[in-house]
Design a protein around this ligand. Structure first.
Ligand code: MG
Ligand code: MG
Length: 258
């Protein structure tokens, strides 16, 4: 059952989303070749708690960390490790936080040092496909139109759209109805209505859409070992239109690309 939110609830959710946005902004300041995921994880946990919030992933379904960090061929749900990142890596950082009883959940794929042009293109198109999905999140559409828009854009560039992992409703729990697949046909599912709050999160692979789930129960990699990118925003529907509750501004200011 979809829990539609009031204007007051949406404002509380925006505050929770912005805790995550600012945390990813801090990550953006320090992530570079030589840094490890465990260093980023510690920074993120402290920064979230300093803002009076609680890490949203830590302990959720028994996940052991604050951040999901998924470099290169890892799709999502990777663990922070003590292996330093290398020049040319792309690193997807997914972060959740709880504030005022509401969850924020968003993600960004960072490019470290001298990334191959075709991998930069994957990141660019994945981010674009997120915004295509957000644009489609309006009251003249149905839920499946979001995934349709994402899939059209990603596949037009020859990329694989992961099927097994999807976006989701978000609110006082991390994962609520409805599921938001990153693929689909037009005009299916529920009508998009005011008060819908969802996390839209395309996971786009350079090659095959197929994935491999690893025995640790978390790590997911691409079926062909080629890179995968992941961008995520929290979005509410207000006056029939999408409002992005999270922001990449802190990240992109820190990276000097804003
Ligand atoms: Mg996420
Ligand atoms: Mg999510």
């Amino acid at each position: 059952m979809i829990k539609y939110k009031t204007a007051e609830e949406i404002e509380l959710m925006r505050e929770a989303a912005l805790v995550v946005s600012r945390t990813l902004g801090e990550i953006a300041k320090v992530i570079k070749p030589g840094v490890t995921g465990l260093q980023l994880d510690k920074l993120a946990e402290e920064y979230i708690r300093d803002q009076g919030a609680v890490p949203g992933f830590l302990g959720l379904y028994d996940f052991p960390n604050t951040l999901c960090i998924s470099p290169n061929e890892q799709v999502v749900h990777g663990f922070p490790t003590d292996v330093p990142y290398e020049d040319g890596d792309i690193v997807s950082v997914d972060c959740g936080a709880i504030l005022n009883g509401y969850y924020g959940d968003h993600a960004y794929t960072f490019e470290l040092g001298d990334v191959a042009p075709e991998v930069r293109e994957l990141c660019k198109v994945t981010k674009e496909s997120l915004y295509k999905g957000i644009e489609a999140t309006n009251a003249s559409n149905r839920i499946s139109d979001i995934g349709f828009a994402i899939q059209q854009h990603a596949e037009a560039h020859g990329y694989g759209v992961v099927r097994e992992l999807v976006g989701h409703g978000i609110g006082s729990t991390m994962h609520e109805d409805p599921q938001i697949p990153n693929y689909g046909k037009r005009g299916r599912g529920k009508k998009i209505k005011n008060g819908l709050t969802i996390a839209i999160e395309p996971m786009i692979n350079m090659g095959t859409e197929k994935i491999i789930q690893h025995a640790d129960g978390w790590t997911i990699t691409t079926g062909d070992g080629k890179p995968s990118a992941h961008f995520e925003h929290d979005v509410a529907v207000v006056d029939g239109k999408p409002v992005i509750l999270s922001t990449f501004d802190y990240i992109e200011e820190a990276l000097g690309i804003k």
